[in-house]
Ligand binder design. Structure first.
Ligand code: MSP
Length: 507
């Protein structure tokens, strides 16, 4: 079977990583790990977008070469990936030779086939957004703040025949209603495409911008940064090489909603169509992390950088928080209080306490050998029923990338295990010498161990490190297959487990 090929946006090399970048990489990592544990191999690519005006200006300000600045920033971003426990298979940088070659070949091909043409253009240009603007971009007769200084310029440039594909793209989207997730984003793109689509200016004169990939057919120009950046997805799949189709078409592009339309939902499908390359299967547009309602960025002045929480609380607590807190496709407000509350409640009180008290009881009452289970009675039946529902619904949610809802189900099951213990009160049963109480005690701990093993198996993609620690306590390797590990079979009965562990220390 072809590996599930998934990508993230490649981050701009013009600042340090922040929560927005971290979230997207975690989301893609969780998807990649989920695919693997569901039995499909996955190939996960992320990377850095290194060309363009802002990178050039940033380097000039520092008085260094753009490549030197990019190398430093690449290092920072790659460190972030390690800190977050991201298991990507490839890291692509747009200044790499493999990428420049693909962009150059594509441009040449499109030019030779008349898909790119030269024309003189007069219009308004925004330095900050690196794009030409139109009257319709004005709000209340003024250029919005995001465009910075806007100047009128006339210059010769090269254009890609975007407009010619407008009808085709509309039809494609009508016929493929699941191309963009969530669905309301696809509707927005369709609306966008009801307005006339202009051809895309894909060149920048070198005297204004030299930090880019030169047009192969006119060395006076470099390529527009989006035309360069989007191509990374096929470069990383080995475009031009024999085994390209082993990965391509991509199964999923994970991106933020700000770069859906037009870059990913309009330019990219049209570029591929014009080059006779298959389209990716799906695009997932996530929402924004906000702070006081504003999109978080490197410049939003948080008193504490969310990424610093990883040092204090560990990567997995952070991964759990972002996946639990943000409903895919919607915005989520970041706050330290929310983070601490989830850490204390969902992780510390629910999961952490379950693990420590269960291991402690097994050690105290049974020298850490998991006891036998007996015919289930009402409390056991209820717990096993709860598992059935959790198993089914959380997998369904995971398949739809609804990790927040899936984790909510798992947390609910973990609370049900704790409630089951409160009902069976094994610490009281342990004090009784009555034979029935002893049987109930054995039954209770055996079922709790089994329920914990199952809940923990479902956490492997979101909290791989915590998952491994818990399984290690249970004498098990990390879960590799949900097919193999999600049935309730009390497989640990009679097995030796380990002493208790504190997973989420109080802060
Ligand atoms: N370089 C382009 C992407 C090119 S992809 C061929 C870019 N870079 S970026 O650094 O600005 O953003 C990278 C990703 O981070 C984007 O998907 C963007 O949506 C995401 N985020 C940046 N800030 C964000 C939040 N505050 N919240 C969530 N994600 C946001 O765009």
């Amino acid at each position: 079977m072809k590996p599930y090929y998934l990508t993230t946006a490649i981050d701009y090399a013009n600042g340090s990583p922040h929560l927005g970048h971290a979230y997207e990489k975690i989301l893609a990592d969780v998807i990649s790990r989920t695919k693997k544990v569901m039995g499909q191999s996955a190939h996960f690519v992320t990377g850095l977008d290194e060309h363009g005006q802002k990178v050039q200006q940033g380097a000039a300000k520092e008085g260094i070469q753009p490549q030197v600045r990019c190398d430093r920033i690449a290092n920072e971003f790659q460190k972030m990936l390690v800190t977050l426990g991201i298991g990507h298979d490839d890291y692509i940088r747009t200044t790499e030779t493999r990428h420049k070659q693909v962009v150059t070949a594509l441009l040449q091909d499109l030019f030779e086939r008349g898909e790119i043409y030269q024309a003189e253009y007069s219009g308004f240009y925004s330095m900050r957004a690196e794009q030409f603007l139109q009257e319709k971009d004005k709000v209340d007769g003024k250029w919005p703040e995001i465009f910075g200084e806007v100047t009128e310029i006339t210059e010769k440039n090269y254009f890609f025949k975007l407009g010619k594909y407008q009808e085709w793209l509309l039809q494609f989207l009508e016929e493929n209603p699941n191309f963009i997730l969530p669905a309301h984003r696809q509707s927005q793109v369709i609306e966008f495409l009801k307005e006339p689509l202009n051809d895309l200016c894909i060149s920048r004169p070198k005297d204004r911008l030299s930090w880019g990939i030169p047009l192969p057919f006119d060395q006076e120009y470099v390529t527009y940064v989006w035309f360069d950046a989007l191509v990374n997805y096929i470069t990383a799949a080995g475009y031009g090489q024999e085994d390209f189709t082993k990965l391509w078409p991509a199964d999923l592009h994970v991106i933020g909603k700000d770069i859906l339309a037009p870059p990913h939902a309009v330019y990219w499908p049209i570029m591929l169509k014009a080059c006779n390359i298959d389209l990716p299967k799906q695009i997932l547009a996530h929402g924004w992390w906000t702070s006081s309602g504003e999109k978080m960025s490197k410049s939003t002045g948080e008193s504490i950088s969310p990424l610093e929480l990883v040092n204090d609380y560990g990567a997995d607590a952070f991964r759990f928080f972002v996946m639990r807190e943000m409903k895919v496709g919607h915005d989520a407000e970041f706050s330290l209080e929310r983070f601490e509350s989830r850490y204390r409640a969902d992780l510390g009180n629910d999961l952490g306490n379950l693990v420590s008290r269960l291991l402690h009881m097994c050690s105290n009452y049974f020298d850490s050998v998991v006891p036998e289970n007996y015919e289930p009675e009402q409390p056991e039946i209820e717990l096993q029923e709860k598992w059935k529902v959790t198993h089914k619904t959380s997998l369904e949610f995971f398949e739809e990338f609804q990790f927040s809802l899936g984790l909510d189900q798992i947390s609910g099951f973990i609370r049900a295990i704790n409630k089951y213990a409160d009902e069976r009160v094994p610490w009281k049963l342990a004090k009784s010498s009555d034979a029935a109480d002893q049987r109930n005690l054995q039954n209770c701990l055996s079922n709790m161990v089994e329920a914990l093993r199952l809940a923990n198996s479902l956490l492997v993609a979101v909290m791989p490190e915590i998952h491994s620690k818990i399984n290690e306590r249970l004498g098990l390797p990390p879960c590799k297959s949900w097919q193999a590990d999600l049935s309730w079979d009390n497989r640990l009965n009679g097995k030796m487990i380990k002493e208790k562990i504190i997973l989420f220390p109080r802060k």
